[in-house]
Ligand binder design. Structure first.
Ligand code: SF4
Length: 95
């Protein structure tokens, strides 16, 4: 699906995360494994966001890495959506 220039955000469903760390390898600026063995998104200033369903904006230069993470995620639990209407554009719920 084409996203044009629209701003995107990403969140992780930790209930399905396998803890393999693929996302953190692809995009360490956006994803990080915590000591609980699960991946979380990070804020722009590198803070782990652990509230359920927490989102962080996808920096445009990292879009490919984030999308690849969503595609490769074994848990199918990385969700990338448009900020404007919250429609998922990459991930298990994308059209
Ligand atoms: S790639 Fe998916 S399953 Fe693997 S650590 Fe990241 S969020 Fe969890």
């Amino acid at each position: 699906m084409s996203t044009g220039n629209e701003a995107l955000e990403v969140w992780i469903d930790q209930d399905l995360c396998t803890g393999d760390g693929i996302c953190a390898q692809y995009a360490p600026e956006v994803f990080e494994l915590d000591i609980d063995g699960l991946a979380y998104v990070k804020s722009g200033d590198d803070e782990l966001l652990q509230t359920e369903g927490a989102t962080t904006p996808v920096p445009l230069p990292l879009l490919t890495d984030v999308v690849d993470s969503a595609k490769e995620c074994p848990g199918d639990c990385i969700h990338v959506r448009r900020i404007s209407d919250r429609v998922e554009v990459y991930g298990p719920d994308a059209e």
